[in-house]
Design a protein around this ligand. Structure first.
Ligand SMILES: NC(=O)c1ccc[n+]([C@@H]2O[C@H](COP(=O)([O-])OP(=O)(O)OC[C@H]3O[C@@H](n4cnc5c(N)ncnc54)[C@H](O)[C@@H]3O)[C@@H](O)[C@H]2O)c1
Length: 423
């Protein structure tokens, strides 16, 4: 197969075969104006309702407040949490109407855009409910829970069916370096793509991973709706560690494999123009933090695409020395450094070629990421930078990785059925 010529066509074909999900990449034609929510003009205020007012939810509230204070036409009109102290604090901070049941927030007529910053197991059900109610969506990463790819597909379908726009919360995608580098790769600056690597390595007993975390105040039945927190996950009696450190438990998270990797895999998939992988193998273990948590503290992931490239990702909670992000082509390597990226030729293949520097137009921020979504919500002529189709390709790789790690087998994506097979 002529890889340059057919890569995109091949991905489109295989994605369509993969159970009807069409992955056209980040620059896909955008949805037309929806029927259920009025099209917003350039100066109309966008009403945001935020579900989940914990750590990241407060990050959203800060970014939205800064946008509003700088004159951007946005309002935080509603906030929702099942934990009352957080709900009360968010309502007091923003003036948004407090909701204890997210269904009511989604149904509110002044909410145009639903922000979702709950734990992962709620991302897909809430996104689908919001899209079906005619709302645009900003959903935190990972786009969906790792354990059910059929829900990931349903998210893509719900956004398409309702002609909504969706941004996945990988705010690093608002750095322009990814699209600038993608242009150069598409133009042949590195030759055939063969490999990439990246890591997110940390060390320390992080509270959000520590199963002993507890604020001593949460009391189910009094100030916390534990059943609503569990939602689609397995019913269990109250355990503070599951609430405060959900990232360490398989029922709600894939640990560092789904918490850290969306931030480094999404840019790689976008910049290299990749789709759903063919084969994924993961390994690692829980070596250091043997405190009752379930997910590993060292995690190695190898992702292979049909006819190449291969990607190597590493994550850790037990040592903070990482490996640099690189994209390797047969003719040159992209190094992400300095004010953007440098493309360094491979002397063995290309003689007399100079290195090429790419300077970013602007860096990443939560504000830029929200603005990108709101511009799409207004224009409805393109998809956001970290849209649901890109998210589907990323989630396929991440879900396959967790399945591989847990089962000790390789995960293969079957193009015909869209199903993952373990071998
Ligand atoms: N983009 C980033 O850089 C970034 C950083 C941190 C976290 N996150 C993501 O944000 C999400 C939340 O993480 P966090 O650290 O803020 O968690 P958190 O536990 O601090 O906050 C989650 C909040 O959601 C609430 N909640 C749970 N179920 C609910 C429901 N059914 N209805 C209403 N509220 C509900 C909880 O009560 C809690 O207050 C995760 O998916 C995480 O991956 C993203």
């Amino acid at each position: 197969m002529d890889s340059k010529l057919t890569r995109r066509k091949f991905l489109e074909k295989s994605a369509i075969a993969a159970g009807g999900v069409v992955l056209l990449g980040a620059n896909a034609p955008a949805p037309a104006s929806g029927q259920s929510a009025a099209r917003k003009g350039a100066n109309d205020r966008i009403g945001v309702g935020l579900i989940g007012c914990g750590g990241m939810g407060n990050g959203h509230l800060g970014a939205l407040t800064r946008l509003k204070d700088s004159g951007y036409a946005v309002d935080i009109v509603a906030v929702c949490d099942v934990y009352k102290p957080r709900l009360d604090a968010a309502a007091a901070r923003t003036g948004g109407k407090p909701y204890s049941d997210f269904h009511d927030l989604i149904a509110a007529t002044d909410v145009d855009l639903v922000g979702i910053a709950t734990p992962d197991h709620w991302h897909a059900p809430m996104t689908i409910a919001a899209a079906d109610a005619g709302k645009d969506v900003y959903c935190e990463k990972p786009m969906t829970y790792w354990g059910d790819m059929s829900m990931t597909r349903k998210v893509v379908e719900a956004i398409a069916r309702n002609k909504r726009v969706m941004q996945v919360g990988t705010q690093g995608m608002s750095d322009t370096i990814w699209e600038q580098t993608a242009e150069r790769i598409k133009a042949g600056a590195v030759g055939q793509l063969v490999h990439a690597q990246a890591s997110d390595m940390r060390n320390g007993n992080l509270g959000v991973y520590n199963p002993k975390s507890d604020d001593g105040q949460a009391k189910p039945g009094t100030n916390l709706d534990w059943d609503m927190w569990l939602g689609p996950a397995k019913k269990r009696p109250w355990e503070p560690g599951r609430f405060f450190a959900f990232r360490s438990f398989w029922d709600y998270s894939g640990g560092i494999g789904t918490d850290f990797f969306p931030h480094i895999l999404t840019p790689l998939v976008r910049t290299m123009g990749l789709g759903v992988p063919k084969r994924v193998v993961a390994s690692g273990g829980l070596y250091s933090w043997k405190d009752g948590r379930e997910c590993p503290d060292i995690y190695n992931l190898v992702i292979e695409y049909a006819d190449g490239p291969s990607l190597l990702l590493v994550a850790s909670l037990a040592n903070n020395n990482g490996i640099p992000m690189l994209i390797r082509g047969h003719e040159a390597t992209v190094h992400f450094e300095g004010p953007g990226a440098v493309i360094r030729p491979q002397d063995a293949v290309t003689r007399d070629r100079e290195e090429e520097k790419i300077e970013r137009k602007h860096g990443a921020s939560l504000e830029e990421h929200y603005k990108d979504l709101m511009e799409c919500a207004r224009s409805r002529d393109r998809k956001p930078r970290s849209n649901e189709e890109l998210g589907y390709a990323v989630m396929a790789a991440l879900s396959m990785g967790i399945m591989s790690y847990r089962e000790g087998k390789a995960a293969e994506f079957d193009e015909k059925s869209g199903k993952i097979t373990m071998r």
